[in-house]
Design a protein around this ligand. Structure first.
Ligand code: FES
Length: 243
């Protein structure tokens, strides 16, 4: 990236990892080793685009709306949320392995845009084309007396998207993995650049190996590059049960 352009880019930095170190880190050619899940992991820098391939503008994101994109693999969905509130402070979190990391908050002009892996940290429920048991719930529900949470109807894990997707209640043993986002202040475009927190991709590919193979073949484990399409959850999954 040219230095001139870089200064316009607001980088969502991971914990103690300096911005410059992240920028210099090589993009893995294959799936990174997830045995040390808390280190920031740079995957490809991928632009969020719409169904026509046009760049998503951050200002176009509806507040408290479920958006989904696949990252870092072609089969691994993530939520993108505009929480309509400045989330500028770091939040210290702990993974199920007991390691600590800092979630750096939101991006965008208002620091209100966040993204998380949509693979539930409990038993890996995730949005499929048929159904999504996990989603952002703007309103209170049976699973959570509080609205504006991510909850999973499979076993009622509830996560706080305002606090790095930390677990509020339920059986999940760690926060949802967070997606590192960049917001280009000049163009208002959004990029996914990496992951931090406790990834569940190895377990995900093991658990759903047959299903993913039937649906996508070898493409399921391809690392996304260049662009990834942002969809409404309602378009991504036919059913989104409430609980
Ligand atoms: S799979 Fe989500 S709560 Fe069990």
């Amino acid at each position: 990236m040219e230095p001139k352009r870089r200064k316009f880019i607001e980088i969502c930095v991971v914990g103690a990892t300096p911005c410059t170190a992240m920028a210099a880190a090589p993009v893995p050619a294959t799936a990174p080793n997830t045995s040390t899940p808390l280190a920031a992991r740079k995957y490809n820098r991928v632009k969020l685009v719409d169904v026509d391939g046009k760049a998503i503008k951050a200002k176009s994101l509806k507040p408290h709306h479920n958006y989904v994109f696949n990252y870092p693999y072609a089969s691994t969905p993530c939520f993108l949320l505009n929480l309509d509130k400045s989330l500028a402070d770091k939040v210290s979190l702990t993974s199920e392995s007991g390691s600590n990391y800092d979630w750096p908050g939101g991006v965008g002009v208002a620091k209100s845009i966040v993204a998380y892996s949509a693979i539930c940290a409990h038993k890996l429920a995730y949005p499929t084309s048929q159904i999504s048991f996990i989603s952002y719930r703007p309103k209170p529900s049976k699973a959570s007396a509080r609205g504006q949470v991510i909850s999973c109807c499979a076993d009622k894990s509830v996560y706080d998207p305002f606090l790095g997707a930390k677990v509020i209640s339920g059986p999940a043993s760690q926060p949802l993995a967070a997606i590192l986002l960049e917001h280009d202040a000049k163009t208002d475009e959004l990029y996914a650049v990496g992951i931090f927190g406790g990834e569940k991709f190895n377990e995900f590919f093991q658990k759903y190996d047959f299903k993913l193979s039937m649906e996508m073949g070898t493409r399921a484990k391809e690392i996304v590059s260049a662009t990834t399409r942002l969809s409404d959850l309602a378009a991504y999954s036919t059913q989104t049960p409430q609980c």
